[in-house]
Design a protein around this ligand. Sequence first.
Ligand SMILES: Nc1ncnc2c1ncn2[C@@H]1O[C@H](COP(=O)(O)OP(=O)(O)O)[C@@H](O)[C@H]1O
Ligand SMILES: [Mg+2]
Length: 276
Amino acid sequence: MSQPSNPPEFANELEELRARADSLATQLAQSYKMASIGRLLAGIVHEINTPIGSILSNNQVLYRSLELVKSALANGDKDSLAKANRLVETCLSLIAIDKIACERISDVVRGLKTFARAESSEVRKADLNQQLQDTLKLTQGEFRQRIKVETDWGQIPQVECHGNMLSQVFLNILVNAGQAIQGEGKITVRTRHEGDSVHISIADTGPGIKPEDRPKIFAGGFTTKAVGVGTGLGLALSKKIVEETHGGSLHFESEIGIGTTFHILVPIEQKKKAEG
Ligand SMILES: Nc1ncnc2c1ncn2[C@@H]1O[C@H](COP(=O)(O)OP(=O)(O)O)[C@@H](O)[C@H]1O
Ligand SMILES: [Mg+2]
């Protein structure tokens, strides 16, 4: 290829192309984020609908019970008062169940909020144990019964990070683990404070990654899943977020027939860019 005749102009064009590529990459990451939540949506809807159904039916029972209490109190005789007492006990236990149902709903909504939070360039201190718990709430609908989730929360310090981006990484890796497991299996999430990093490991009892696929899994577009299931972008984006954005490390170990473990290391403090 011949040299461009007008280097400064060429430099401008290059600059423009770079800016466009950057903004496309941002758009791609954003739409991937929405797609991965979208795929979980059926499970999330179920996870919210079940407690809402229970609150609604409890509400009817509460209404009828209180009407009965009202007429028993109006009667005022000994038997009626005893009946009113029993009904009040029933109401109290229904209210306790409603409280649990409301807590389940707000847990799921909190999980969603972690993702909805505006992409900020600002680094904040975050409790990664809490974030992992919130993210697990979103996968619960998808995993239910089929996959047992075991957790081992270490005593970890708060970590300076882009919290929503790391939640995206956790979600990607958890969903991959869930998709890898055929039938029943187990996912183990573990956190540890190691030196100046927090180490998160996510292990599955799936079939493992074939040796010939191992060098490719972080490449954008590599997927072994059916069209519509896999995009091959999850791990490429995750690697970028953990290593380029946070200066951490993302790697895995895998054994055929045993399972796969992903290791995410995130430095506790973010070095200022200027200091290199
Ligand atoms: N836990 C896992 N067990 C087995 N294979 C995995 C696991 N995680 C990722 N992979 C492999 O890596 C590929 C790329 O993953 P990813 O980038 O998330 O894309 P996608 O999930 O859309 O296929 C997957 O298609 C799969 O072959
Ligand atoms: Mg994936």
